[in-house]
Design a binder for this molecule. Structure first.
Ligand code: PEP
Ligand code: MN
Length: 373
């Protein structure tokens, strides 16, 4: 059960203390406080865990400072959408960018940072095409221990400075160890916070619970959690809940294809049909990663790259973020060159994305029209 308190409830007020005293005395019930500090107001939610079946919604609603009561199912307590009166937000803001189930952000960029020239060419192209978000991999988890592992913290200062120079608000960047979060924080600080970072947990770490707890405990950076490539959707959604249960609910859920031979001829079996499922089960914005799903630049006879076709599929189903590899010189890329889009393809890609998004918006309007008939 969740008690949603009135906005800006003062935790030093007599009413709040009364509420806490009452909750502490409930038998077999523990409470966990979640606070969300926004620009306009701060919100407090009290999660009651334990024998809550005995509690009545009506009684709890009369307690001091309580605005609303939501009875939740066991699953995805914080991030889930619950049946009774759950109109908690499905969006958040970070560094001037809105992330929600009702909008779309594009994160095109380098799979792996290789040198400052390529970073600059990439960012310049993004700015020229009106983009304010990108992806830049510094820490690369590789299947082969002898493969390039990313430049790590050494590249962060120039990546952040250049991001600031070209007006990037948010960079998606994978972290594989807790020390990386601190390195990112320090590099941002040293460079004067020219940009923001969306911490990415990759598919190989979806169930690295200790990493999830660390990343969940910090509130500075939002998190993009990729679905595990070989586990159930439920297991991956529970992994996302780990982040939120530790306090960070600025979480985006990423689909990136599943490892199965049915994926052939794509690198992974594309799972973007699950976009609406995640919207239905949770309040998280949903990201699709067409690059790591498809894994090549194969093209169909209609002249459309498979990467672009699956991007359109995800967007037409309501995806809220696209994470996609581009590279100024894919033959020189140190990671995943064969799946990278070319900078000259960026305008084409963005126009194609806009067509798919418009189609999604037309579909939701149509659904509404038929619902009210
Ligand atoms: C990536 O986005 O660079 C990446 C390695 O993705 P995934 O974790 O989905 O393989
Ligand atoms: Mn990659």
């Amino acid at each position: 059960m969740i008690l949603i308190l009135r906005p800006n409830t003062d935790h030093n007020s007599a009413d709040y203390r009364k509420l806490m005293d009452y909750l502490t005395n409930l038998p077999n019930i523990q409470s966990r406080i979640h606070q969300e500090v926004g620009t306009q107001q701060h919100l407090t939610e009290v999660y009651l865990i334990g024998d809550t079946k005995a509690l009545s919604i009506e009684d709890m609603q009369t307690l001091p400072t309580v605005e609303r009561v939501v009875r939740i199912s066991e699953e995805y307590r914080v991030l889930g959408r619950h049946k009774s009166g759950d109109n908690r937000p499905t969006s958040f803001e970070y560094n001037g960018v809105h992330f929600g189930q009702n909008n779309l952000n594009i994160f095109a960029g380098l799979c792996a940072v290789d040198n400052p020239q390529h970073v600059e060419l990439m960012l310049k192209a993004l700015q020229e095409n009106g983009q304010t978000c990108t992806r830049m991999g510094a820490y690369k988890p590789r299947t082969n221990p002898y493969s390039f592992q990313g430049h790590g913290k050494n590249c962060l200062p120039y990546v952040f400075e250049l991001a600031g120079k070209y007006g990037m608000r948010v960079i998606a960047m994978e972290v594989t160890h807790e020390s990386h979060v601190e390195e990112i924080r320090q590099a941002l600080h040293i460079t004067g916070n020219p940009t923001g970072v969306l911490l990415q947990i990759g598919t190989r770490n979806t169930q690295n619970f200790e990493l999830l707890k660390i990343v969940g405990r910090q509130h500075e950076f939002p998190v993009l959690l990729k679905r595990g490539f070989g586990i159930t959707l439920e297991e991956s959604l529970n992994a996302a809940e780990y982040l939120a249960s530790e306090g960070n609910r600025k979480v985006i859920f990423g689909l990136r294809g599943m490892k199965t031979n049915m994926g052939d001829p794509h690198r992974n079996f594309v799972d973007f049909a699950h976009v609406p499922v995640i919207h239905r089960l949770t309040r998280m914005p949903v990201c699709i990663d067409p690059s790591h799903s498809v894994g090549s630049r194969e093209q169909s006879p209609d002249g459309i790259l498979d990467i672009m076709s699956v991007t359109a599929q995800g967007i037409i189903a309501g995806a809220n973020m696209v994470l996609i590899d581009f590279h100024p010189a894919p033959s020189k890329a140190l990671v995943d060159g064969p799946q990278a889009m070319l900078l000259k393809e960026l305008p084409h890609f963005l126009e194609d994305v806009a067509i798919a998004r418009k189609a999604y918006e037309a579909r939701t309007a149509l659904a509404k029209r038929y619902q009210t008939k």
